[in-house]
Write a protein that binds this ligand. Sequence first.
Ligand SMILES: Nc1nc2c(ncn2[C@@H]2O[C@H](COP(=O)(O)OP(=O)(O)OP(=O)(O)O)[C@@H](O)[C@H]2O)c(=O)[nH]1
Length: 351
Amino acid sequence: MKVEGAAAAAFKDTVAKEGGSMPAREELAMAALTPEEFDLFADVGRVRRVYAGDVLFRRGELGTTMYVVVKGAIDLDFGDDLIVKRLGPAEFFGELGLLIGDHARSAEASVPVDGELLELHHEEFQRLVEREPGMVCYFLRRAIMRVVLNEQGLIRRLRRRNQDLESALDNLRATAHQLQQTEVLIRTDELTGLANRRGMTRHLADRRRNGAMSGLGLLLVDCDSFKQINDDHGHLVGDRVLQSVANILRSVSGAGDVACRLGGDEFALLIKATTREEVMRIAEFVLTTAQGLQRMGHTPPLICSLSIGACLVGPEGDFNDWYAHADAALYRAKRDGGNRVEWQDSRSLPA
Ligand SMILES: Nc1nc2c(ncn2[C@@H]2O[C@H](COP(=O)(O)OP(=O)(O)OP(=O)(O)O)[C@@H](O)[C@H]2O)c(=O)[nH]1
């Protein structure tokens, strides 16, 4: 349909009103028709009035029509979190539908304000080609460039988003690592690297959850006259002695056993054992290893003699009950001069 110069005049008028000048050269080159092209398109296209709220087409719909904005504006929504692109007078869209044929629209085109469009179908475009092949060729070049630039823009945005995601992932990994470190720190004794009381409690909670509470033995290990070592040689030497005790306990701990510093000069070792002999064998080993180190006669001392209370523990009761059993034996070991192991039978614990 021929619209004479009416659409062209409207377009020029709108451009003058809205922009005060013609669109910038590079914008014209990409998204807008030149006035000459507009005249030509207006000559073959049909004018369509559009109203705020109209939707010309939706994403994914097949279409064969291209449009040029004469008056008003059109919003192209590419979906997801891509920005909505607003087109103004002389800008064209939907050209791929026209050029390719049944092309799935990549954006939803909606009308934000009342306005006018030029519609071009395949036949009209064919007439353009016949009339002004040179101009159409120039238009096609720009249309292709626009598609390429859009693609490149999309790739850049995806790359940026990918980088953002990667750095978010790195942050998450770092935070998870920090949390893991913190988790390890709060259940570890700083001086010796053994579990602390909290670590032992968590270990037992895990065991209880996994139904692995039977077949365990407990050693309660206390340094003899440790205060004297601190008093005679200073705190650092005392620290070193505590570390030596920790090393002995660590060396006898098998997989699933837990060596723990309960606090001060008191340690606990929870081991897998089903008989008194098994528990006592480990306890004797700890005792004699400390004795052997002591016999080396280092000054300042690397170790001190130990008192150990030993018992078997059952699934019934909690750590406090087990501690009371082992502590009864430890009390006897201390009372009888230290540097020894005492056994506590769970049935013969005084009330
Ligand atoms: N060097 C050092 N000393 C500590 C630490 N924690 C606690 N102590 C000291 O360990 C000492 C323990 O003293 P006591 O409970 O009287 O024990 P002991 O001297 O071994 O006496 P017996 O157990 O009866 O043989 C105290 O003097 C505490 O100050 C530590 O981390 N490092």
